[in-house]
Design a protein around this ligand. Structure first.
Ligand SMILES: [Mg+2]
Length: 164
């Protein structure tokens, strides 16, 4: 949970609503205190999506619910940030540059074999064909949401996983 870069720290502060004071300090202790307080409040969700409008919509919907969101735009960054936080759920786009959602999910499931942790991963997919859904599940995802996002479906699925 140590924040390694300034860019990353600023991103976290953007989503940290209770205190908007940015502490220009490299001390990881300060970071942990700030993040610790923040994380205790409500679920933390990772949104992995390279399309800006989908990302903004998903983030707004989640934040409206009072949930905390961190986001990245490719699978490689998702695997990296996954190892720094304990996410309650991950929303994973399928098609992304550098590393797609299938590969990222496989990597995360691989890491989980050594940590014993199990994070819910829900695909965000524009494909709704049966074979595409099967590909998501085969890669280790728990479920999928189709794009464009349907608000009611989005909430009922997220609540199902976050409240169970
Ligand atoms: Mg995409």
């Amino acid at each position: 949970m140590i924040l390694q870069s300034l860019t990353y720290k600023i991103m976290v502060m953007r989503y940290y609503k209770r205190t908007m004071t940015y502490v220009p300090c490299d001390s990881s202790v300060v970071d942990i205190i700030i993040l610790g307080e923040w994380l205790l409040n409500s679920p933390l969700i990772l949104v992995v999506e390279d399309n800006v409008s989908n990302l903004v919509l998903a983030t707004r919907l989640l934040e409206k619910q009072g949930w905390n969101v961190l986001s990245v735009d490719n699978g490689e960054k998702a695997v990296e940030i996954y190892q720094q936080h304990d996410f309650h759920a991950i929303l994973m786009d399928v098609q992304m540059p550098i590393m797609d959602g299938y590969q990222a999910t496989r990597k995360i499931r691989e890491i989980e074999k050594t940590t014993g942790r199990r994070t819910t991963i829900i695909a965000l997919t524009a494909f709704a064909m049966r074979s595409d859904r099967e590909k998501c599940l085969e890669a280790g995802m728990d479920d999928y949401l189709t794009k464009p996002i349907i608000v009611d479906d989005f909430f009922s699925k997220m609540k199902h996983y976050l409240e169970s």
